[in-house]
Design a protein around this ligand. Structure first.
Ligand code: ATP
Length: 452
């Protein structure tokens, strides 16, 4: 069923506005028109738009300015740009800054309706239904991601085991949670565990539980994650790092749908859905006999491969704004903004650490920015810091700068641990408060940014 949505149409040419509105209304959409970027922002205060179509060149606030405002204020609202002959390069740049797409004038009716349908799909407007909440934590404008989310939504309705693959920091856990939220198990527990983070025996008892007295430290019986997730979902992160002996036990649990706590005589039935994730190439691990092939086929009935951030550069700007908003909300202060050149640099970076690295860079930028606007220099500094380990003679920092960077990182870590509490941070650093405040000032770190 074709989607029908609320479309805000922005163009300073009244005849084009009328024509496009007629076409969109003819397809069942609800259309509101505005003659400028400023009028569009006013209209959005009362009109609940699912998609904005805006001309690129307009007097006053043009399409790019409007896009920038919307990317900041409404990062998930899809924006389509209308371009006349000669403005296509600008529109291409705009898609890198977060525009969903662009349409060349004269606008072909079928292309218009197809693009709008795609935009409504992105906004989560499904066949006339209202937007979906399950994917609300996933900020994206990438068509690759939208296809993946569509697959995720379909597979969420079943009890199929899903293996999520992707480089570190691409959002595997976020996707697993969204899958759970979209599933019929959404009202039961979602329990996540990192299989690479603990020794084998501890992992076994964490997963399957233990009886009282099963081993020296087992003072109390513990039911284990599988049983505590009864009716819900277990998410096994870094499954590729699970020790082989435990892989056998996990396979048995998946086959029999029963768990046997450490030290128990009997197995107990469990009803959980299993999602797992890895950043490793499991086929290579299977070849090297580090991962059981039979377990792989049990876990990877469906595989969802998350693209790296390099493969979806259009997500950098909306994600950066999303993280700025998050920091502002936590500190109760107005969100900072990136200067256009600074945003350009973020968009050009290749993000080996993916979204987690972007989130750290944004946090570092906020910590180092006194005013409202984050400068390109601040971005360069944060990015060179992240590349420190692979520095060459050309990029190596002078000692004074490296020392400053170290002290700043140290202060940020303290404030993270103490959630912005200066007295506690000063105690941890074994410095008196006055001295500690001086350090914060000198390194332009603001404790308010770390308050929860
Ligand atoms: N699409 C997204 N929108 C908003 N935030 C995201 C998105 N994807 C990831 N994040 C955030 O990025 C960080 C890393 O995500 P996550 O922990 O899910 O990645 P991961 O692939 O599981 O990483 P790892 O392999 O290191 O365990 C988290 O803070 C998460 O909230």
């Amino acid at each position: 069923m074709a989607r029908q949505g609320n479309i805000l149409l922005v163009d300073d040419d009244p005849s084009l506005r009328r024509l496009l509105a007629l076409r969109l209304e003819g397809a069942g959409h609800n259309v509101e028109s505005a003659e400028s970027g400023a009028a569009a922002l006013r209209a959005l205060e009362r009109f609940n738009a699912d998609c904005v179509i805006t001309d690129l060149r307009m007097d006053g606030m043009d399409g790019i300015d409007l896009l920038q405002r919307l990317s900041h204020d409404r990062p998930t609202l899809p924006v389509i740009l209308l371009t006349a002959h000669g403005t296509i390069p600008e529109a291409v740049t705009a898609t890198q800054r977060g525009a969903l797409d662009f349409l060349s004038k004269p606008v072909d009716k079928d292309v218009l309706l197809a693009r709008v349908d795609q935009a409504l799909d992105q906004a989560g407007v499904a066949g006339g239904d209202w937007r979906e909440v399950w994917r609300s934590r996933i900020v994206t404008r990438s068509p690759l991601m939208h296809r993946l989310l569509e697959e995720a939504r379909l597979v969420a309705e079943t009890d199929t085991s899903v293996l999520i693959t992707g480089e570190s920091g691409t959002g595997k856990e976020v996707l697993a949670r969204a899958l759970h939220d979209a599933s019929p198990r959404a009202n039961s527990a979602f329990v996540a565990i990192n299989c690479g983070a603990m020794p084998e025996q501890l992992l076994e008892s964490e997963l399957f539980g233990h009886e009282k007295g099963a081993f020296t430290d087992a003072k109390q019986a513990q039911q284990g994650l599988f049983r505590s997730a009864e009716g819900g979902t277990v998410f096994l992160d870094e499954i590729g790092d699970m020790p082989l002996a435990l892989q056998v036990k996990l396979l048995r649990v998946l086959q029999e749908r029963e768990v046997r706590p450490v030290g128990a005589q009997r197995s107990l039935p469990v009803n959980v859905r299993v999602l797992s994730a890895t950043h490793r190439d499991l086929s290579e691990a299977i070849e090297q006999q580090q991962f059981r092939e039979d377990l792989y086929y049990r876990l990877a009935v469906v595989t969802l491969a998350l693209p790296s951030l390099r493969e979806r550069p259009e997500d950098v700007a909306p994600l950066a704004r999303h993280f700025l908003d998050g920091i502002a909300r936590r500190s109760g202060r107005r969100a900072r903004v990136y200067a256009p050149d600074a945003m350009e640099r973020l968009c050009r970076h290749d993000w080996p650490g993916n979204i987690r690295q972007l989130s750290n860079v944004v946090e570092q930028n906020v910590a180092l920015t006194r005013g409202h606007v984050i400068s390109p220099q601040s971005v360069d500094k944060a990015l060179s810091g992240h590349g420190r380990r692979s520095a060459t003679a050309a990029t190596l920092q002078p000692l004074a700068e490296a020392r400053d960077a170290f002290v700043r990182d140290y202060l940020i870590q303290l404030l993270r641990i103490s959630e912005g509490n200066v007295a506690r941070s000063a105690r941890l650093a074994k410095r008196n408060r006055t001295e500690f405040y001086k350090l914060l000032n000198r390194h332009e770190v603001d404790p308010a940014d770390y308050k929860r």
